[in-house]
Ligand binder design. Sequence first.
Ligand code: PCA
Length: 217
Amino acid sequence: MVLAHHQPARAIPTILLTGFDAFGGDSVNPSWQVAQALQGKRISGHRVVAAQLPTVFGESLALLLRLVEQHQPAWVVCTGLAGGRNAVSLERIAINLADARIPDNAGAQPKDEPVVPSGPAAYFSSLPVRAMLEALEGEGIAAEISQTAGTFVCNHVFYGLMHHLAGQPGNKPCRGGFIHLPYLPEQSEARGTMPLQTMARALQVALRCALSEGLPD
Ligand code: PCA
């Protein structure tokens, strides 16, 4: 019997979607729950591969870069929790700074350190953040463009990703960036939380929008 594998899995371009494990005393991290909810989904002819990164300086970025090497994704979208923000935050700028207010999950608390010694001060996201914002607003989902992903592990991963992509001009085109998510309703009494289903829908809307813009030439 001949099995009908018309297309090898490799032919389907991949979106690498990451979330983080819980940190800072929380027991869950919505970013990982959302990434898991989208694992294996097809979005505009692309397949989502979800992965969890540890909330640990160094290790998180090393794992992300290994995943990029392994999956050769066309898109890399990293997500994390920004507790207290009340909208899906499309991060515009990654800065070359690690300055932690709390220890990471391995106890490290860098202060005033560069993410990449002698790297440039900042990188812009290569996701179409304005178009994504408009797409989210069009769906009635609370969203914003954010000018800083902070100086903790999320910014560290975001900067490291953009630095990596900037150093790969000859390779297959790949765009990437970072999206911060609010608390789940069960995590906070405060206003401005968002249900998991809404966050998952937000990611799908944002990804569909990005894919319609395409990759750079
Ligand atoms: N949020 C943290 C790190 C992990 C996460 O989900 C941050 O904003 O840096």
